[in-house]
Design a protein around this ligand. Structure first.
Ligand code: DOR
Ligand code: ZN
Ligand code: ZN
Length: 441
């Protein structure tokens, strides 16, 4: 048994001094004031820091199989553990894409052998795989690319979308209008590119997201589907989803750290490293996302961790792939925002653990409470650190936040009761994560 002593734990809506006893089954056995709980075989002194429920990142591209020059389950999960993320839900646009039950089983084996944090899988939708979708078991969702991105998953036909949304599975959607993106590409194909972030925003304009997100919400409504909208990035989407949520209680959405913390105005130096889908937007869009967070319109923060190698990013704009890593930097950035008073620590816990667990109906996770899995992230709110490329554990070895000074750091990460990351290092690669169980799908 492990005793985590001297930490602050969320009890109701307050952080209170507590000790946490973790059983040998990796679950939380007791939470009590110090005097009641002061001995165990092993003691971890949290030194007065906060013990938060481990973060659940519902949007991660682990790149296995087939793209392991960018990342694999081991390197992605190291980055996750270093970033206080104890559960990752992997996206299906690997090579091959996860669009059949057999391919899902292969992916399960790859993750089981390597992944240091807990994991689950989104299943890919194509125009032809509705039977596979219906057969797939224990999946986070069916991911629908309504707008092309990395990989070749794309579904745009209305009747096919109706079938997929009507499958009874949770749907997650990348919603950007392929029609508008293609029209913009035709217009600007030969234009001179001075600023990648600005140019990418011209190609994947706000109206492309606005149009497709409205379509997704409409299709979900008529098929009574649980729909989760990925990476909200514009003020227009916020308005649409705020209105749609009033009529559809099972509609949810996420925002990424890069759309919250970076804008075309601030990312001028990044070149293709700022190329991401949906693109970075303007200041007023980021402000609308923060406002939507404060109003509870945005349900969770997810990284869309999408690593690419430097070589791939160093190609010309048209050939450089879209996407950026985020697993290791999400929590430090959010803790810094908490320290600056932009959101409360309680809100952050809701957005990164409680809500993701509830929305995707993940068993035993999202809270520090008796009987829950001991996925615990200990954070030091006072520690100041500079985010550096060379400290990144993702295989890609870079971050768009290189050089950012942040206050608030991960002190230790426990996965199913085992300390995986502590004091700046991965300390245990033996205790593997487990596949999560979805109560639904
Ligand atoms: O920028 C992106 N990169 N957006 C996506 O939708 C996919 C992702 C990737 O897999 O690289
Ligand atoms: Zn996407
Ligand atoms: Zn993605």
């Amino acid at each position: 048994m492990l005793l985590i002593k001297n930490c602050k734990v969320l009890v109701g809506n307050d952080f209170l001094e507590r000790n946490i006893l973790v059983g040998d089954d990796g679950k939380i056995k007791r939470i009590a004031v110090a005097a009641e709980l002061d001995s165990a075989d092993e003691v971890l002194d949290a030194a007065g820091n906060f013990a938060l429920p481990g973060l659940i990142d519902v949007h991660v591209h682990c790149r296995e199989p087939g793209m392991t020059q960018k990342e694999d389950f081991l390197t992605a999960s190291r980055a996750a553990a270093a970033g206080g993320v104890t559960t990752i839900l992997d996206m299906p646009n690997s090579k091959p894409a996860t669009t059949t039950v057999a391919l899902l089983e292969e992916k399960r084996k790859l993750a089981a052998a390597k992944c240091l944090v807990n994991y689950g899988f989104h299943f890919g939708a194509t125009a032809e795989n509705i039977d596979e979708i219906k057969k797939a078991k224990n999946i986070a969702s069916v991911k629908v690319y309504m707008g092309s991105s990395t990989g070749d998953l794309l579904v745009t036909q209305e009747d096919v979308l109706d079938n997929i949304f009507g499958s009874g599975k949770t749907i997650t959607a990348h919603a950007e209008s392929e029609e508008i993106i293609r029209a913009n590409t035709d217009i600007f194909r030969n234009a001179e590119i001075k600023d990648v972030a600005e140019f990418h925003l011209m190609i994947r304009s706000n109206d492309a997201a606005e149009k497709e997100i409205a379509r997704a919400a409409e299709i979900a409504k008529r098929n009574k589907a649980r729909l989760h909208i990925c990476h909200m990035s514009t003020k227009e989407e916020v308005a649409i989803i705020a209105a749609a949520k009033k009529e559809n209680k099972i509609l949810s959405c996420e925002a990424t750290p890069h759309h919250l913390f970076l804008t075309v105005e601030s990312a001028k130096e990044l070149g293709n490293y700022a190329k991401v889908n949906p693109p970075l937007r303007r200041k007023e869009d980021a402000a609308a996302l923060w406002d939507a967070i404060s109003k509870g319109i945005i349900d969770c923060i997810a990284t869309d961790h999408a690593p690419h190698t430097r070589e791939e990013k160093e190609q010309d704009y048209w050939n450089a792939p879209s996407g950026m890593p985020g697993l290791q930097t999400m929590l430090p950035l959010l803790l810094d925002a908490v320290n600056k008073g932009i959101l409360s620590l309680q809100q952050m816990v809701k957005l990164t653990a409680e809500n993701p667990a509830a929305l995707f109906r993940i068993r035993g996770k999202g809270k520090i409470a008796v009987g829950m899995d001991a996925d615990i992230t200990i954070v030091d709110m006072h520690k100041e650190k500079t985010i550096k490329n060379e400290d990144m554990l993702s295989k890609c070895g870079w971050t768009p936040f290189n050089g950012w000074k942040v206050k608030g750091a991960v002190a230790a990460t426990l996965v199913n009761g085992a300390v995986v990351y502590s004091d700046g290092k991965i300390v245990n690669e033996k205790a593997k994560g487990k596949e999560v169980i979805f109560n639904g799908n």
